[in-house]
Design a protein around this ligand. Structure first.
Ligand SMILES: Nc1nc2c(ncn2[C@@H]2O[C@H](COP(=O)(O)OP(=O)(O)OP(=O)(O)O)[C@@H](O)[C@H]2O)c(=O)[nH]1
Ligand SMILES: [Mg+2]
Length: 292
């Protein structure tokens, strides 16, 4: 059986951990694109994350010292392909620090070089997102340096989210190599908490969202010829149970495998699914698109 390692890359609060829990629920469904054929070793970790969502909340942010990984045996939809999949879940704080330092710790470099697919996460309306600075704001912030205003100074020093996203691609360029001669390495960009967007913005799709919010990253993606990219709009729950009591009731009375969605927009056509294994299946070439 081939071992495939998928890396989940994303800053703090970008939705990685909650996605893993929802991915696991889909993997338990035999009809999913990737179906689990056994229990993961670290089952308690996934079950604990899941418990938060099942109680109508979200899993808390990952501790910087936590070193968990979801490791499971999977088969593709028609049992034609089998894989042993490893998905490490590290705190976004660590990715953030790696960008600030301009380099990744060696152990991660090794993990990335073993990766068959990568998922980059960015979350809608996260307080941790740092918007791109325009020249006027930048110079005002720079002028504040040394004024003793810690919060403003911190803001001036902070690398913007789009620069972080570009740096993730650079890390992958240096490390990841395609496992298949037939195709390029695949990177799925997951825009999480899509349920928080207004309907007009949501209708334009995840790539349009990235182009508007993070134009530098959108340009980087278009220039990175050695990779194939796909953009997904993701909501683990399909709404926000934390702020919307009515939605929370609906969620608590639902079968969890039917809640939330993963959407793609190709041209004007949308595809939507409650199967959270699709993005990972695509990155590792187990989505049925590869001939054997
Ligand atoms: N509305 C909504 N909020 C979400 C969704 N997914 C994640 N969130 C919010 O995003 C927060 C962060 O999600 P996590 O999964 O913990 O993010 P993470 O990338 O693992 O964060 P770190 O562990 O800090 O790296 C959650 O506490 C929720 O508030 C979603 O589908 N919908
Ligand atoms: Mg986390």
């Amino acid at each position: 059986m081939t071992t495939r390692r998928v890396v989940l890359i994303g800053g703090p609060d970008s939705g990685k951990t909650n996605f893993i829990a929802r991915f696991w629920v889909s993997a338990l469904q035999p009809s999913s694109m990737l179906a689990a054929s056994g229990s993961p070793d670290d089952i308690r970790y996934v079950e604990e994350i899941l418990a938060h969502i099942l109680q109508g909340g979200f899993a808390p942010r990952t501790d910087t010292t936590s070193e968990h990984a979801l490791e499971l045996e999977l088969s593709s939809e028609n049992d034609e392909d089998f894989a042993s999949l490893i998905i490490p879940d590290v705190s976004g704080e660590l990715w953030h620090d790696a960008v600030q330092l301009g380099e990744l710790p060696q152990t991660w470099m090794n993990q990335l070089s073993e990766a068959t697919g990568a998922l980059i996460f960015v979350r809608v309306q996260s307080d941790v997102n740092v918007s791109r600075l325009d020249w006027v704001t930048s110079s005002e912030l720079m002028a504040l340096q040394g004024d003793g205003n810690d919060e403003e100074q911190e803001k001036a020093n902070e690398v913007s989210t789009q620069v972080n996203l570009c740096e993730y691609v650079r890390f992958l360029e240096h490390t990841m190599r395609s496992a298949s001669v037939e195709r390029k390495c695949r990177i799925a960009v997951l825009v999480t908490a899509w349920d928080l967007l207004d309907p007009v913005t949501a209708a334009q799709g995840p790539f349009a969202y990235i182009e508007k919010e993070y134009p530098l990253f959108a340009g980087r993606v278009q220039d990175a010829d050695e990779f194939e990219f796909a953009f997904y709009a993701v909501s683990v729950t399909g709404g926000d149970p934390v702020v919307d009591e009515e939605f929370k009731d609906t969620l608590l009375n639902s079968d969890f495998e039917t809640v939330g969605y993963v959407k793609r927009k190709i041209g004007e056509a949308w595809s939507e699914s409650t199967d959270f294994t699709t993005a990972i299946a695509w990155t590792i070439g187990m989505d049925g698109s590869e001939t054997k």
